[in-house]
Design a protein around this ligand. Structure first.
Ligand code: PEP
Length: 259
């Protein structure tokens, strides 16, 4: 997948059906304002069908130009996994993307790099674009371990992928201390880790593959701080939590990447 600007909204466990429909329709209606940016909406799984209808998704096309993503999935295709969603089910409902290894999945639901690695492989096999999340905690940053932690997460989460598979992946660098806290990384802090991730991809695959991978920043991105992040050479978009729940804020962030 060629590198492009991707702004994705992680709605987490928020909204009801009517609000999800209105938010998706509101984004789709103004999608033309940010036509250079690839927009992705990731609703709670029970609302994926509803949002797909609001986006007018049909098969592999999105007339609205807004794409659908899951927030999580299981790595198996089917079976006795109560409460879980299979990769093929997301595809069946029109999803093209899936967020994997979000820090809330890692810290609240015990996901490890090995879990994320299995899910990443399953997503690619199903034809989904995985948005693989990595990022250090505040303690890890303050102890000077950011680079080591992110390196281990990238290597572990993407272990065993071929260069061709690596070129299909989107990575989201989300410092845990910046998620939902209102405390955004400085553009320099974010750029430093994005450059590290790109150089890791270079050594895992090739510089050509590394140059092709979209690396998003996530963590308290808002319309008023998105432009300085977007100006960094290795920041190719945003994974947005809180601000993705309002049409104006989500599109305001996308506007910063629309060049
Ligand atoms: C997220 O959960 O991925 C996220 C970045 O959240 P927020 O934008 O609210 O910090």
């Amino acid at each position: 997948m060629a590198r492009k600007k991707i702004v994705a909204g992680n709605w987490k466990m928020n909204l009801d059906r009517a609000a999800a429909t209105a938010l998706a329709a509101g984004v789709a209606a103004r999608r033309g304002e940010v036509s250079a940016v690839h927009l992705v909406l990731c609703p709670p799984s029970v609302y994926i069908g509803t949002v797909g209808t609001a986006l007018n998704l049909s098969g592999d096309t999105s007339p609205s130009g807004v794409w659908l993503g899951g927030q999580n999935m299981h790595d198996k295709a089917s079976g006795a996994f109560t409460g879980e969603v299979a990769p093929g089910m997301l595809v069946d409902m029109g999803c093209r993307y899936v967020i994997l290894g979000h820090s809330e999945r890692r810290t609240l639901f015990g996901e490890t790099d090995a879990t994320v690695n299995a899910k990443t492989k399953a997503a690619l096999a199903a034809g989904l674009v995985p948005i693989v999340c990595v990022g250090e905690t505040l303690e890890e940053r303050e102890a000077g371990n950011t680079q080591a932690v992110v390196t281990e997460q990238v290597r572990g989460s993407l272990a065993g992928l071929s260069p061709g598979e690596l070129s299909q992946v989107v990575i989201a660098y989300e410092p845990v201390w910046a998620i939902g806290t209102g405390r955004v990384a400085t553009p320099e802090q974010a750029q430093e880790v994005h450059a590290l991730i790109r150089s890791l991809l270079g050594s895992m695959a090739s510089p050509t593959v590394a140059a092709d991978v979209t690396i998003q920043y996530g963590g308290s991105v808002k319309p008023d701080n998105a432009a300085v992040l977007a100006a960094q050479p290795d920041i190719d978009g945003a994974l947005v939590g809180g601000a993705s729940l309002k049409v104006d804020d989500f599109l305001g962030i996308a506007a910063a990447f629309n060049s």
